[in-house]
Each structure stands twice: as structure tokens, then as C-alpha cells.
Design a protein around this ligand. Structure first.
Ligand SMILES: CC(C)(COP(=O)(O)OP(=O)(O)OC[C@H]1O[C@@H](n2cnc3c(N)ncnc32)[C@H](O)[C@@H]1OP(=O)(O)O)[C@@H](O)C(=O)NCCC(=O)NCCS
Length: 134
């Protein structure tokens, strides 16, 4: 990623997710990697992965005008392939339990619900921990 793209990544995360996983993990002891999907030189979407003992996908975000074209799926696949290439045999992510569509979406890519993490997003806001096994 080029230096001037860091700002674009943070802006896009805030615009679509209302927070930046990239910023949040920057102060923590993780390795991290950003995957970009570009269309005509413009960033159409991104995913942020980070790892130490476990490999996790922290965010996947695609600009509205580029959705439903397989970009999100290809970004998740890039994360999985990268995790495999550096020796991981599983990939983890969290999804809010009330995001049924997103849970199904990840299931279509081979992720399975592993556990419920209570209050993960705040009081009463639980998450599923989902895992993809290679
Ligand atoms: C989820 C998201 C990354 C999918 O990107 P995409 O490039 O449109 O996805 P693909 O083209 O690979 O696949 C389309 C599928 O995405 C899912 N999807 C589309 N919009 C969605 C939304 N707003 N919320 C949840 N899932 C959505 C659907 O399952 C859709 O399949 P369907 O047409 O059978 O319903 C994109 O909708 C997005 O950026 N949403 C907002 C941010 C978000 O929720 N990120 C995930 C958590 S970090």
C-alpha cells in the first residue's frame, strides 16, 4: 500500500463502517495487512487482516456503487489465501448476532459459527465468532 493510500483506507472504513479497524489495531501488537480492490484506479473496497497467534479479518468494506459484483467475496478470499501462504490453518472473524445476512454471506464462503462472544460490541451487543478452516 502506498503512503497516500493509508488515508484513503481510513476514510473508507469510517465512511462505510463508522470506525477504522486499521487505526484501532495500529496501537496494538499485531501484524496487519490491507487488501485493496481497485476499479479504474479508484479504491472500490478493502479488507483489513491482522494476526499474531490467530489470523483475523477485521473489516471488509465495499463502496455502495460497487456492491454485488463479487468484490467483497474476492477480498475475503485474498485474506484466506494470504493467511494460508504464511502458514495459518484457520481464519477468524466476528459478526454481530443480529447481522443475519452477513452471517449467511460468510457461511457461503465456508465460515462456520464457532462461538458467541457476549457483549463484544457493548452491553447486550453480542457477536458470533466465525472460523474458516483450511
Ligand atoms: C458486506 C459487503 C462487504 C459485501 O460486499 P459486496 O462486494 O457487495 O459482496 P459480494 O458482491 O461479494 O456478494 C454480495 C453479497 O453480499 C451480501 N451483502 C450485500 N449487501 C450487504 C449488506 N449491506 N449487509 C450484509 N451483507 C450484504 C449479500 O449476501 C450479497 O449476496 P446476495 O446478493 O445473495 O444477498 C458490503 O455489502 C459492505 O461493504 N457492507 C457494509 C460493511 C459491512 O457490513 N462489512 C462487513 C463487516 S466488517
Amino acid at each position: 500500500m502506498k503512503d497516500d493510500e493509508v488515508e484513503d483506507v481510513i476514510d473508507l472504513e469510517y465512511e462505510i463502517l463508522g470506525l477504522s479497524v486499521f487505526v484501532n489495531i495500529s496501537t496494538k501488537p499485531y501484524h496487519k495487512k490491507v487488501f485493496l480492490a481497485e476499479v479504474n484506479g479508484e479504491i472500490a473496497g478493502l479488507s483489513v487482516a491482522y494476526w499474531n497467534d490467530e489470523f483475523k479479518i477485521g473489516s471488509v468494506a465495499v463502496k455502495e456503487e460497487y456492491r454485488n459484483q463479487g468484490i467483497g467475496r474476492s477480498l475475503v478470499k485474498k485474506c484466506i489465501e494470504f493467511a494460508r501462504s504464511i502458514g495459518f490453518d484457520s481464519v477468524w472473524l466476528e459478526v454481530a448476532v443480529n447481522q443475519a445476512r452477513l452471517v449467511s454471506y460468510y457461511k457461503t464462503m465456508g465460515f462456520r459459527i464457532h462461538d458467541v462472544i457476549k457483549h463484544y460490541y457493548g452491553i447486550g451487543k453480542h457477536a458470533y465468532s466465525m472460523v474458516y478452516r483450511m
